[in-house]
Design a protein around this ligand. Structure first.
Ligand SMILES: Cc1cc2nc3c(=O)[nH]c(=O)nc-3n(C[C@H](O)[C@H](O)[C@H](O)COP(=O)(O)OP(=O)(O)OC[C@H]3O[C@@H](n4cnc5c(N)ncnc54)[C@H](O)[C@@H]3O)c2cc1C
Length: 238
């Protein structure tokens, strides 16, 4: 089933967030900031886990979750008993982040060590999807973000399963991206060609599929597993 709210095609995205907005303006290293939707979407689409921050009874909570981007919004799901989903569905202010760690940056002084990364922060309020067909489509989108093509390989969710899950959508209205790449930035007085400095790259790699114990013998891994391995390949050994 295709999502009831179709994904927005490239070129027809919602406008980029206003970088002058006080809540999304970068003050530290503003040159690393981006507010265009192409950059924000690319970082979100490459991710698997987000962290959602909310305040519950005055206590800040930051909770790791799966997610999916569906055009101009992010979809989140949880059990009907989830405290987080209850807060999000009731319209509580929230902040969601996605981070990719791309490398450890080794400089020649402790202060100038750094990390290469791509991250996105989205601020706003969610609304709950209550229409069963829209919820089902949203759950399928979330699986597709994790393992593209898997939805076509498994059965659809039952109405009971859909009813046991709550889905919320967070608009991408107030979003910012921040990226660092490249070598260490040493102070001029620290430049010493005999002291190693540089970058240790980090990538997310998917290993070989591990079959469930109750599979028929020698059943090949499905196309979705192969595609996911290709999406997150192991880096070459130097
Ligand atoms: C990679 C990943 C993806 C996940 N994806 C989803 C998702 O898509 N949907 C979903 O509903 N849940 C997901 N979870 C689980 C999620 O993090 C929460 O545990 C869950 O949503 C329950 O939240 P709650 O506030 O109702 O938990 P409660 O059980 O009410 O939390 C009570 C206390 O348990 C501890 N706690 C709860 N969750 C965690 C945690 N993850 N790590 C450490 N301590 C914790 C905290 O101390 C918390 O205050 C995911 C977790 C991980 C690590």
């Amino acid at each position: 089933m295709s999502p009831s709210k179709p994904r927005v095609p490239d070129g027809a995205r919602a406008p980029a967030s206003d970088p002058r907005s006080p809540s999304t303006q970068l003050r530290q290293h503003p040159e690393r900031g981006r507010h265009d939707r192409a950059t924000i979407d690319a970082i979100l689409d490459a991710g698997l886990v987000c962290h959602v921050g909310i305040a519950v009874d005055g206590q800040p909570l930051v909770i790791p979750m799966g997610y999916a981007r569906d055009g101009d919004r992010l979809l989140l799901h949880g059990a009907t008993t989830s405290r987080l989903i209850e807060a999000l569905a009731s319209g509580a202010a929230c902040c969601l982040t996605v981070t990719h760690l791309d490398g450890l940056v080794l400089a020649r002084s402790p202060l100038h060590h750094s990390m290469n990364y791509r991250s996105v922060m989205v601020q706003g309020r969610c609304h709950e999807l209550t229409d069963p067909a829209e919820k089902q489509a949203a759950l399928e989108r979330i699986v597709e973000q994790l393992v593209p093509g898997r939805g076509a390989e498994v059965r659809a969710s039952t109405p009971t399963e859909v009813a046991a899950t709550r889905v919320v959508a967070l608009p991408l209205g107030a979003a910012s991206a921040k990226l660092r790449s490249g070598p260490p930035i040493d102070a001029a007085r620290d430049i010493d060609p005999s002291l190693w400095a540089g970058v240790l790259p980090i990538t997310l790699a998917v290993g070989n599929p591990i079959p469930a114990a109750d599979l028929a013998p020698n059943l090949p891994a499905p196309a979705s597993a192969t595609l996911t391995q290709a999406r997150f390949p192991a880096p070459p050994i130097a």
